[in-house]
Design a protein around this ligand. Sequence first.
Ligand code: IMP
Ligand code: MG
Length: 179
Amino acid sequence: MTMGLSMTQKEIEVLIPRERIDARIEELAREIDRDFKDGELVVVGVLKGSFVFMADLVRRIRRPLACDFVRVASYDHDKSTGVVRMEFDMTQPVAGKDVLLVEDIVDSGRTLRHLLAHLRTKDPASLKVASLLYKEMKTDSRNLVDYLGFEVPDRYVIGFGLDSMGLYRSLPYVGTFKE
Ligand code: IMP
Ligand code: MG
């Protein structure tokens, strides 16, 4: 299959090794434990890209929490289509609860803004955002992220949940294709 072949042929450069990601996730979990002392916490992952980061993050948070997921479609063949479409919604009411939205990466911020507006209609007590990555750009979406793992250069990144046409999500590090 051509896809398998291209996967072995494309050279990947490691941007953030696993050890640095692990250490950073531990720091974020400690911050989250400090910030959410009381109340009910619902951690909401944005599928599919956030599943690896979210799995590691929730296992390091010590306070009780519930997990839920949403799915939106915004990217098509590694390019933003500019259209954010809700594919499925979370399955539990979050009114009066603290919601922590978990993203893999914030690029233009379009997906995140759409999701925040959507989640606000559910009347959570608070709404915070954790994102593994933030792409350095000339946008002002950095202030939308409360718990940030790393800033990455404005290049297409893969691994640790992030895909390129469905592949590479299982890489245990964040990388980019060599040019
Ligand atoms: P935004 O709406 O432009 O902020 O794009 C956010 C979404 O696009 C993320 O949730 C990712 O799923 C996807 N995305 C953006 N940049 C990348 C990238 O470099 N690699 C993989 N996915 C990306
Ligand atoms: Mg995504």
